[in-house]
Write a protein that binds this ligand. Structure first.
Ligand SMILES: [Zn+2]
Length: 217
């Protein structure tokens, strides 16, 4: 009975992209493998076919003592951009950093450094989203009522050529992605060594699809 439940747990974690304890996968997925797992999860989400974003109690038990996330997701605090749903992942798989406008800053970079260096997460995704209120507020130069909001707005990078919100959102995602290696020498070194991959993407609120972007070189 106990053996059956342990085998079931190992099978469950393998399906979730988890490395099984003591197996050859202890080191976790490569950056490209982690990216593939996210793409597959997003395809399931967009097709209303979630499989892993329904954490049963055995996922809680398996991750209570130790986490081994396969990706760091920097995304907006918007209530509609929940990464565990978007990528169809259960507990302990995604290390999520959320702030309005998915902007970087000291606390954000520190959290990402911890996940990449200590937890060995192999992938960083900067995930913007359609109809982002933070980017829209900056584009329209809205008069923001507090210093906190004004300070956050200063971190949003809409770009000079943005004539519409979609372009501004894409520009901001690309700029925030580039900022990561400029602001964090640790993440830059990990990326240069091929131990992590840092990728920009935009989530579409309506279709549920994540569009993967390429950095301008
Ligand atoms: Zn947003």
């Amino acid at each position: 009975m106990i053996r059956d439940s342990v085998l079931g747990l190992v099978a469950c974690l393998a399906l979730s992209g988890f490395p099984a304890q003591g197996s050859a996968q202890e080191a976790g997925p490569t950056p490209d493998e982690a990216l593939r797992l996210l793409k597959e999860g997003n395809a399931r989400f967009a097709a209303d076919n979630l499989k892993e974003a329904k954490p049963p109690s055995r996922q809680r038990l398996a991750t209570a003592q130790k986490q081994k996330p396969i990706a760091i997701i920097l995304t907006c605090a918007d209530s509609r951009t929940a990464p565990e749903y978007i990528f169809d992942k259960g507990l302990g798989v995604l290390f999520v950093v959320r702030v309005a406008g998915n902007v970087g800053g000291p606390d954000v970079y520190a959290s990402m450094e911890y996940a990449a260096d200590v937890l060995k997460a192999p992938l960083v995704v900067v995930l913007g989203h359609s109809n982002c209120g933070a980017v829209d507020a900056v584009m329209k130069e809205k008069d923001l009522p507090t210093e906190h909001l004004k300070n956050l707005a200063r971190l949003v990078r809409t770009g000079d050529d943005a004539k519409d919100l979609d372009t501004a959102i894409r520009n901001n995602v690309l700029a925030q992605t580039e900022q990561i290696t400029r602001q964090s020498s640790l993440l830059k070194d990990l990326a240069s060594a091929g131990r992590i991959k840092i990728v920009p993407a935009v989530y579409d609120l309506k279709s549920g699809e994540v569009r993967w972007l390429k950095l301008k070189r």
